[in-house]
Design a protein around this ligand. Structure first.
Ligand SMILES: [Zn+2]
Ligand SMILES: [Zn+2]
Length: 1024
């Protein structure tokens, strides 16, 4: 029985099941559109809007952390919502090969087995990495399945798959041909542990206590002999002096004017070096003389270039002094530092040592101190015009974000302030170092010639030098920066450059399926036509420059000569990789601290999911997510949303219990009525064969029977018929209003407003009010033999039963309809629970394979809304709430039914009269007396709309009540004294956080009110 829900909601029991179902059924797969004119414009030829989104690829070595959980929750909510709104939604998943991370991981493994990467050799090591990837890589993808991400698993990509590697190679070769890739010596951030260059973005700067050593360099006279004078330089890295090739002073520094053109003897190395003058030198810093080490400092490198100084690299890849370091060769950089300082001191050349706070760069990955070091690397010239002219990459990437002449922006950022951050960075961008000294990655397709020393860059592996024909060529050993390949994803996942007609692109033989890449779609441009540009990118600000900026640069660059689907040239606005960028916030711990392993405050999302269920975790994150606001993740909130999930579950159980009751009296399937209006045979029989049924009842039956059903068998929102009961009109009107608000909130990335609105509707209105009223209507009566009754005139009693049954059916239909709509509205936030209950609502025969493929409630015309019902219900709610409060105040027992007096205007009185049964049941009222004025002596509550009083006299045990009140008064007086002392204490008031003080004040005021009430009651007992 699909209605046989377990008594308690247990997420573990349902979530695995649906997670598997969604993947196995391939529900979210989007095949390549067949229409040859499909385009990525907002309106598709098939009438659907396209909504395409690319998952920021997690590292293949990665595991799901709270940041992912948040990013995926936001993305999946948007994706599910769009899909349910009828858009053609494609969410493309994949993983990044993560050069450094993966290589390090496998390297540690082979070291633990007693060998090394170097001993194994490149080929063997790489096949070992592939092996690791096949067996252990992409654990995070399984976690994504578990949390319900509705990605198209058929399109899963891996940045090292052959399919995507072809794009990387094409991009490299094309940029090289355009004169935008070059090889040059430059100071890079070198990590001696990872043994590769790393980008500026991968260097983390930290302040550290260090020293500033002052070293004396002897001045040489004309004969090359020391004059006895010294120039003192200061350095934080004394070992670099081994590579000094000059000392620089400011040209106008009077202290050194007499030394212009002179030479110095470099201590320890016994080398003559010139004094050069350079305006860059700061006269104010230190002695005003700086040592120049072009091979180990970016500023010195620039001075070296200006003065044509040699660059002497004194360090090897591991950070040891190399053969250029004289007697220090072979020593670790820090060992040599100690020895150098000691030697200088022994020679009397150490002028002083000062404490100094250094801003030291560390490798983001392994935390090793980074060594600025001269090395030969490959660069992309991002500010250069390509051969043949045109905009530079940076210029295109700026134009894509800035407003054009009409004020239109091809890419829009949310929150907006990221636009400025992006533009500032892009306007100041330097050439991009794209080579990495790793093995795992896309090996640079360049060959060095041993004969002519020129470079051959080619799409197909060459066998001879393109310049001299020599076959003594060897491929570059460096690989490309991981971000070079991930920057290409928006174009490469949709088949670029493997379109059948593209000139020079590799043929189909290159399109392997090694990593499950989609060779089948690689040959046509249909995917690109359909899905590029993508609609939205959801990502964190930490990869704004790493990835977002590079996707914009590369996307705009390479898509610009891909024609539109109709063959027309691609306009600039259609070259962008995405139209919108949503930068999500950070998830912090409950105290707003950043989560970090060192602090030990990291929350593992999978653990929380196990404990509370994915739905509760997703709802927690959504309820706090708004643009630009960090989330303080508090498990207490997740507990609260777990309770919300319970509430939904219990509402379902109540509804299903009544559906079963309906079954018992022969109504086969209420949901069938809703879907196919004429199939509810029993009621249809009643209406057609009971000749003597009262006309009004028959009309109501008709209205139930004739509910219009939506096309495709899918529902949007229930229809409000003319004969619907007051509470039905109200809840449906409220459902419309809620749906409108949720849609509007999601349009603006206000996940918090959307979640809180649907929460309020479901719990505060549907459960707390509508369900309670519906309970009054659920009277299906005894089982009657309808067939038999239909053959004769029914008795009065039978007609009454049938009339009540019609009311019960009508109420049950509304319950089901609103519940079903609520499930669809909740589904993007809580996909598992809603899927389970939705299938149960449809009794195992739903209108779609998944609630995720049903329609998201969306009021299309405001005329459907009946706002008067909402206002009328608000009046009733307010009346009932005031009666309940009064009852509490004067101590009416829970179960007691009491008469009330109400003063109210004529219109409102009509509403109260018509719905007296609701007031009576929900406020436990036995009689409503409408009066012009509330009788004297009754305590009352007043609102602008009405006055109400509860008539209640109770017999009380005076001595017991006196004792109770005595105790209460004592307790409250004590509390009052305490409160006054604390609130009059200036230390407390000034030191405690404002909200604590405010809260305390409020409690103190409440205590005073309750004290007064207890005293009044005491007086009323006559115990002066
Ligand atoms: Zn490192
Ligand atoms: Zn050659």
């Amino acid at each position: 029985m699909p209605h046989d829900l377990p008594k308690a909601y247990d997420p573990t029991a349902i979530e695995d099941h649906w997670a598997n179902y969604w993947v196995k059924q391939k529900l979210f797969a989007v095949p390549t559109p067949s229409s040859s004119t499909a385009s990525a414009q907002d309106q598709r030829p098939d009438g659907q809007s396209a909504f395409t989104i690319l998952l920021p690829p997690p590292n293949v070595t990665g595991n799901l952390h709270m940041g992912h959980m948040f990013e995926h929750t936001e993305s999946d909510i948007l994706v599910r919502w769009r899909r349910m709104r009828g858009d053609r939604v494609l969410w493309v998943p994949g993983t990044d090969h993560a050069g450094i991370a993966t290589q390090m991981l496998v390297e540690r493994q082979v070291v633990s087995e007693g060998t090394t990467r170097e001993k194994m050799g490149r080929e063997a090591f790489l096949s070992r990495v592939w092996q690791w990837k096949q067996h252990y890589g992409g654990a995070i993808l399984e976690q994504m399945k578990r949390i319900g991400d509705t990605v198209d698993w058929q399109r899963e990509y891996f940045t090292m798959s052959e399919h995507l590697s072809v794009a990387v190679r094409e991009a490299f070769v094309r940029l090289y041909e355009q004169g935008l890739i070059y090889r040059g010596a430059y100071i890079v951030n070198w990590c001696p542990s990872c043994q590769t260059a790393i980008s500026d973005l991968e260097v983390v700067h930290q302040e550290q206590k260090g020293h500033l050593w002052e070293i004396r360099y002897p001045v040489l006279g004309d004969g090359g002999n020391p004059t006895g004078e010294f120039v003192t330089v200061a350095t934080t890295r004394p070992e670099t002096m081994l590579g000094d090739t000059a000392v620089a002073v400011h040209p106008e520094d009077e202290r050194y004017l007499h030394l212009h053109g002179k030479k110095l003897r470099l201590p320890l190395m016994d080398r003559e070096i010139p004094i050069v003058v350079d305006p860059w030198v700061s006269r104010e810093f230190g002695t005003g003389a700086v040592k120049v080490t072009p091979a180990h400092d970016p500023n010195d490198f620039a001075i070296g270039e200006r003065h044509h100084l040699p660059s002497i690299n004194i360090m090897d890849d591991r950070g040891h002094i190399n053969e250029n370091g004289g007697v220090y060769a072979g020593l670790d950089r820090y060992v040599s530092r100690k020895k150098i300082v000691a030697d200088l001191e022994a020679q009397g050349l150490l002028a002083g040592v000062k404490d100094h706070i250094n801003n030291v760069g560390h490798c983001d990955r392994c935390k090793t101190v980074v060594e600025p070091r001269l090395s030969t690397q490959w660069f992309v010239a991002v500010n250069k015009q390509p051969n043949g002219g045109g905009q530079s990459m940076a210029e295109k990437a700026i134009a894509a974000v800035k407003a054009d002449a009409d004020g239109k922006k091809a890419i829009r950022f949310t929150p907006e302030n990221y636009e400025k951050i992006y533009l500032n960075w892009m306007e100041d961008i330097h050439d991009w170092c794209i080579s990495r000294q790793l093995w795992w990655g896309h090996r640079i397709p360049a060959w060095h010639c041993a004969t002519c020393h020129k470079i051959t860059v080619a799409r197909v592996d060459p066998t001879a030098c393109a310049h001299c024909g020599s076959n003594e060529i060897a491929q570059e050993t460096d690989v490309l920066d991981t971000w070079f390949s991930s920057g290409l994803l928006p174009v490469s996942v949709f088949g670029w450059p493997n379109f059948n007609s593209t000139q020079g692109a590799p043929g189909p033989e290159h399109l392997g399926t090694r990593e499950g890449s989609r060779a089948d779609t690689a040959l046509s441009q249909a995917d690109f036509d359909a899905f590029y540009p993508t609609s939205l990118l959801v990502t964190g600000f930490d990869i704004l420059f790493f990835w977002v900026a590079r996707m914009i640069m590369l996307g705009c660059w390479f898509s610009s000569d891909v024609p539109m689907a109709d063959g027309s040239p691609r306009p600039p606005a259609e070259t962008v990789p995405f139209k919108e960028v949503y930068i999500h916030a950070l998830v912090r711990d409950a105290n707003r601290e950043k989560m970090s392993k060192t602090k030990g405050n990291v929350i593992d999302p999978i653990e929380i999911v196990k404990q509370y269920g994915t739905d509760a975790v997703r709802f927690t994150l959504a309820s706090m997510a708004s643009p630009g606001t960090d989330i303080a993740f508090n498990v207490a909130r997740t507990e609260g949303y777990r309770a919300f999930a319970n509430k939904i579950w219990n509402a379902a159980r109540f509804i299903f219990m009544n559906v079963d009751k309906a079954h018992e009296v022969g109504i086969s399937s209420p949901m069938e009525t809703i879907r196919r209006p004429y199939s509810l045979e029993v009621i249809s029989k009643i209406s057609s064969s009971l000749k003597d049924i009262p006309e009004e009842t028959a009309a109501q039956l008709e209205s139930i029977l004739n509910r219009p059903s939506e096309s495709k068998g899918l529902f949007n929102l229930p229809f409000i018929g003319g004969e619907t009961a007051f509470e039905d009109r109200w809840i449906i009107a409220l459902l419309y209003r809620t749906a409108g608000e949720v849609n509007a909130a999601l349009e603006n990335y206000r996940f918090d407003e959307a979640a809180n609105t649907v929460y309020q509707f479901f719990w505060g209105s549907f459960c707390d009010w509508y369900l309670e009223i519906a309970k009054l209507r659920m009277d299906f009566g005894p089982d009657l033999d309808i067939q038999e009754i239909a053959t004769r005139k029914p008795t009065e009693e039978e007609i009454k039963i049938l009339e009540r049954r019609v009311i019960a059916m009508r109420s049950l239909s509304t319950l089901l309809l609103v519940f079903e709509s609520s499930l669809r509205m909740l589904s993007p936030f809580m996909p598992f629970l809603t899927e389970e209950l939705w299938h149960a609502v449809w009794e195992g025969n739903p209108s779609a394979k998944s609630i995720a493929l049903a329609i998201f409630p969306n009021p299309r015309a405001t005329s459907d809304e009946k706002p008067t019902a909402i206002a009328e219900m608000e009046l009733l709610q307010s009346l009932i709430t005031e009666i309940r409060a009064l009852r509490k105040e004067i101590g009416v027992e829970e179960k007691a039914e009491v008469p009330i007096e109400v003063r109210i205007d004529q219109d409102s009185r009509k509403i109260a009269e018509e719905n007296h049964d609701i007031i009576e049941k929900l406020a436990r009222v036995i009689e409503i007396r409408f009066v012009d004025q509330i009788s004297d002596g009754l305590s009352r509550h007043s609102t602008p709309a009405f006055d109400v009083a509860v008539i209640y006299e109770r017999t009380i045990d005076v001595p017991a009540e006196r004792e109770r009140l005595t105790k209460e008064i004592e307790k409250r007086e004590k509390q009052k004294a305490n409160d006054e002392r604390q609130l009059n204490d200036p230390v407390f008031v000034s030191k405690a956080p404002a909200h604590i003080v405010e809260g305390k004040k409020k409690l103190a005021e409440e205590n005073v009110v309750l004290l007064e009430k207890a005293r009044a009651a005491w007086k009323a007992l006559g115990c002066e």
